[in-house]
Design a protein around this ligand. Structure first.
Ligand SMILES: C[S@@+](CC[C@H](N)C(=O)[O-])C[C@H]1O[C@@H](n2cnc3c(N)ncnc32)[C@H](O)[C@@H]1O
Length: 287
């Protein structure tokens, strides 16, 4: 039998979830909380949501907190989600950046480009970016391209890093040709080829906490995560991203998201069907 959450418990558990993950849940999300946390309440032998909250707070190992994060997060993702951002990457962002970085470089050192997929879920976004890089730059090894994928969930990061997908996941966004070229069969599943896997690194990063990766990024994909945050946490997140973006860097957000009124340091720009963001005052290519 599903244990029901009381209005008082809802306030307490929603505040706890927001504190640990940024995910904002109001009274309208009772059903979501009960569906996603109900099994955990039972698994841990709790008689109520108050007891779950108490156990999570007093668990020094942090394992209940992790389980709550794993249960409450929405992981929906797929390869080449919303297509235009990947066309934007291939036809505008990467060519512009490579041009600029090549002109700027006075040494024979390879051109460096740092890309971050923040909140990458099970890795489809990261490998879609890697496939675009591989298609655009057959001489990939000549460049110093760093591709980082992060997420709040250890379990999800482990899955992303392993790079194995079932038929359902593979059929979402990948053409037959891409499947043949970049994946190998692995039992009933498919695994990303080593050469693509090797292009990326994965690590845990809670976007609410200070960013642990040193240095600046040229391209940040931060898609379909801030929609779950409160307006205050959205402001904090995009300001932090503005801090770690190169002055001529690019930010790509989800197709239903916008930054107007969230972070005035960014201005929207349009390329074909895509909107991307750059810091205000970004010099135009060629200048
Ligand atoms: C809906 S998925 C989006 C995945 C991918 N960016 C895309 O657009 O297809 C949201 C991801 O955000 C992650 N997430 C939620 N809160 C987070 C936080 N505070 N820090 C980092 N990742 C978070 C979840 O674990 C989940 O994998």
């Amino acid at each position: 039998m599903t244990i029901k959450i009381t209005p008082d418990e809802l306030k307490v558990i929603a505040k706890y979830i927001e504190d640990i993950s940024g995910i904002f849940l109001d009274e309208s999300k009772v059903y979501l909380i009960e569906t996603r946390l109900g099994d955990l309440v039972e698994e841990l032998g709790c008689a109520s949501y108050s007891e779950l909250h108490y156990k999570a707070k007093s668990d020094a190992s942090g394992s209940i907190k992790k389980k709550i994060i794993d249960a409450i997060t929405t992981r929906e993702t797929f390869f080449f989600r919303d297509t235009p951002p990947f066309e934007l990457l291939q036809h505008k962002i990467l060519p512009d950046l490579i041009d600029k970085r090549t002109c700027k470089s006075s040494t024979s050192l390879p051109v460096t480009i740092r890309i971050w997929s923040a909140a990458c879920s099970t890795g489809q976004e990261v490998y879609s970016i890697a496939i675009v890089l591989k298609k655009l730059l057959p001489d990939f090894a000549k460049f110093n391209i760093r591709l980082l994928g992060t997420d709040i969930s250890d379990a999800i990061i482990a899955q992303a890093s392993y790079g194995q997908y079932n038929r359902f996941e593979i059929e979402r966004g990948l053409s037959k040709d891409m499947l043949q070229e970049y994946f190998i069969p692995d039992g009933n599943n498919w695994k990303i080829k080593d050469e693509i896997r090797a292009m990326a690194t994965f690590k845990k990063q809670n976007l609410l906490e200070p960013f642990t990766e040193p240095g600046k990024f040229d391209i940040v994909f931060c898609r379909n995560v801030a929609i779950y945050f409160s307006p205050e946490n959205r402001v904090k997140l995009f300001n932090k991203i503005a801090d770690i973006l190169e002055p001529d860097g690019y930010l790509v957000i989800g197709s239903s998201e916008f930054l107007t009124g969230v972070c005035p340091r960014f201005e929207p720009k349009k390329y074909l069907k895509s909107i991307y963001y750059q810091l205000k005052g970004t010099p135009k290519p060629g200048f």
